[in-house]
Write a protein that binds this ligand. Sequence first.
Ligand code: HEM
Length: 429
Amino acid sequence: MAENNQNAAAGKAPAKPKPAAPGAAKPAAPGAAKPAAGAAKPAAPGAAKPAASAGGGVYKPPVDRPDSNPYKDSKQSALASWFQERFYVMIPVIDYLKKKEVPQHRLSFWYYFGGLTLFFFIIQVVTGLLLLQYYKPTGAEAFTSFVFIQKEVPFGWLIRQVHAWSANLMIGMAFIHMFSTFFMKSYRKPRELMWVSGFVLLVLSLGFGFTGYLLPWNELAFFATQVGTEVPKVMPGGALLVDILRGGKDVSPETLTRMFSLHVVLLPGLLLLMLSAHLMLVQVLGTSSPIGYKEAGLIKGYEKFFPTFLAKDAIGWLIGFGLLVYLAVMFPWEIGVQADPLGSAPVGIKPEWYFWAQFQLLKDFTFEGGELLAIVLFTVGAILWILVPFLDRQASREQRSPIFTILGLLVIAFLVINTYRVYAEYSQL
Ligand code: HEM
């Protein structure tokens, strides 16, 4: 794989001048007095210095680092030099990152969606932390604290709307990113683990959506969580899972505490771990190009990831940010009315749009054992989907695999049609 070789080469040696060997003797300053003939020779470079001179001089511990900043003569800011002198062990790593190149071809546009997903995730972390300053995760206070954030806290409404919209955009971008890497067969050898870690990231993102939905503690979220957490009941051992998810037999303030802790502690921790692995693999293995593009001369060239591709990524982020603020201001999400566990469910209870395809399948399979069958189908489908890099042997041999392309189109068709069916049905209610 050409792009691997490039990166492997990148790791070999920094192109910049090498730092002086640790402990190398400094050249004498011009004009310094030469040692008198017969005087003791200076210790060999690297030899331990005497602890302190007999005259009571100050003890200087041996310092195991280059004597001078190898970049001191290069054109860079004093701040960069300051950091480089202190974090010099990072210099080969930074040089390595600078070597990463992104292939340019007619499908390069799709490379921006991974970065966009990352951007919306960062927005989630920042706005989530701000919301945490006022949100109170108890059955008695959750809804009122939401109203307080929306109505009283300066710019609280904006932060809440941006958090809600960015969650949807992040999941939307993750889906686009997943399908674009699927159709470009970017999962093929040696990028299998990029695909696997990416899929886990998507599942965790969906988990964020599910657990976050209940936090406003409004009527719609309450009953949607009631329906959503009911689903595993039909599986063997599912009742126990439902009890664990809900913290009891029904959705209650206990459930809110569980969803809250999952949303702000467990899921962020897991997502950060998985994201680190995903992004590290992206750096180490480099960006792939579609099968056969190199041989057919369809690669127009390579651009440096740092700074060229990153600068273009930043333009995408800026556009994403503009869209996000526009949606947050023009199409605010409602707060609804406070959840009443004793009240009856309003009409039109449905989950978030990214669960609609599964939701529709459950609604379609109304026959005896249908729900269980729908769950089994989805689970098997998800397992096969995560195993795609290992099943698509042709792509691993750098050969086109049209069967997988057709399968991907069928999966998209299923998701889009079912999602649309829920939309069409519920928009009339
Ligand atoms: C939170 C979710 C995710 C984030 C933040 C994320 C981030 C990224 C970034 C920044 C890149 C490098 C730029 C690019 O090629 O787009 C990348 C590459 C990649 N991602 Fe993701 N990703 C996520 C989810 C996924 C999912 C759901 C999949 C598939 C199941 C996936 C599979 C891949 C693959 C195969 C590559 C390598 C692309 C190539 O080499 O051409 N990622 N990801």
